[in-house]
Design a protein around this ligand. Structure first.
Ligand code: NAD
Ligand code: UDP
Length: 341
């Protein structure tokens, strides 16, 4: 199958490319590298011994996006491209709406022009907001609490409307929980710019000596040990969920929102212990006040993914930490300059 992958040079995109290419699909990446490196694609080519077509462009540029889609004529699209930092979305909301929402309407219009009817979209568990009950199932009310989350909820609605209005359309909205880890080779992984916002890349940078200590945001939550509990999902399992979702779009019409998580909550303290075990490094830490906006607990109901996609997570927290450590210790400063591989 021919798959057009927006944001394919990014963290989740690059891991998904490896699985797509290994499964024999042909891919074309559309990315402006605003949060990624061409080296990631070079390494994907190296890992898979396959070519990856690449168009450098911005999803806000409707003409460029349409030209690329019409030219490639894909059977399906996976839409990763977007901005994802919650804090930045509070400071620059219009940038988030333009990139995530307008970029997505541009993409759907370009798909219409290219006569492409199948899409898998990167949504997020953040669309649920504050838990009214746990685990979060797909029927849980939507109530995002920041501009980033609102862009995801809006795009879900737009894709759902598009699917209803478009004969033979099929869309899957994948609501990711907390993606972590790296490819087992350690050649591709998460390479955040600046100070990492998320727990796992921060822990990894402390382990490798780039940062002095981890600040744990609160130990007085209503959880097993007082630290925040999340559903971490190995990025390779997540990549496989995209292939399962693509298959699904080939056998069902309409639009479905589907959680992608393990169904298991892991606390910050538990994750640190697992990372110490995987890395053999001490990981100094301090307890600081809660981060505004954080919830105590978040984890997924996984029955819908199992039923519709025939997919479930296979990799545990130890595998997440071991692969993250391999990537971080082999690439302490992240990807090298473009041109090197
Ligand atoms: P990432 O930043 O590594 O990848 C996003 C890619 O999109 C990057 O390569 C970036 O250069 C590209 N991009 C951004 N704006 C673009 C634009 N205007 N035009 C073209 N390309 C553009 O992020 P990721 O972690 O791989 O996330 C992928 C998707 O999954 C995003 O939509 C994100 O919101 C969503 N998501 C991520 C997480 C997470 O924790 N990583 C959780 C839930 C949902
Ligand atoms: N966290 C932390 N220190 C950090 C980053 C995160 O203690 O430097 C905690 C955070 O409070 C939450 C968990 O780790 O309980 C996961 O945070 P992350 O930002 O990775 O994911 P999200 O909160 O968006 O689910």
């Amino acid at each position: 199958m021919k798959v057009f992958v927006t944001g394919g040079a990014g963290y989740i995109g690059s891991h998904t490319l490896v699985q797509l290419l290994a499964a024999g699909h042909d891919v074309c990446v559309f990315d402006n590298y605003c949060n990624s490196s061409p080296v990631a694609l070079a390494r994907v080519r190296q890992l898979t011994n396959r070519d990856v077509a690449m168009v450098e462009g911005d999803i806000r540029d409707a003409d460029a996006l349409t030209a690329a889609l019409v030219d490639f004529a894909p059977d399906a699209v996976i839409h990763f491209a977007g901005l994802k930092a919650v804090g930045e979305s509070n400071e620059k909301p219009l940038l988030y709406y333009q990139t995530n929402v307008t970029g997505s309407t541009n993409l759907l219009a370009a798909m219409d022009a290219a006569n492409c009817r199948r899409i898998v979209f990167s949504s997020s568990a953040t669309v649920y907001g504050e838990a009214q009950y746990l685990p979060f199932d797909e029927e849980h009310p939507i109530g995002p609490t920041n501009p980033y989350g609102r862009t995801k909820a809006m795009v879900e609605g737009i894709i759902s409307d598009w699917a209803r209005a478009t004969p033979d359309a099929s869309a899957v909205l994948l609501r990711y929980f907390n993606p972590v880890g790296a490819h087992e080779s350690g050649r591709i992984g998460e390479d955040p710019q600046g100070i990492p916002n998320n727990l796992m890349p921060f822990v990894a940078q402390v382990a490798v000596g780039r940062r002095a200590k981890l600040s744990i945001f609160g130990d007085d939550y209503d959880t097993r040990d007082g630290t925040g509990e999340r559903d971490y999902i190995h990025v390779v399992d997540l990549a496989d969920a995209h292939l399962a979702a693509l298959d699904y779009t080939g056998r069902a019409m309409g639009c479905e929102a589907i959680n992608v998580g393990t169904g298991q909550g892991v606390t910050v303290s538990e994750l640190v212990v697992a990372y110490r075990r995987a890395s053999g490094r001490p990981i100094p830490l301090e307890i600081v006040p809660r981060r505004p906006g954080d919830v105590a607990r978040s984890y997924a109901a996984t029955a819908k993914a199992e039923k519709l996609l025939h997919w479930r997570a296979a990799l545990d927290v130890d595998a997440m930490c071991a692969s993250s450590w391999r990537w971080q210790s082999d690439n302490p400063q992240g990807y090298p300059m473009a041109g090197e591989v």
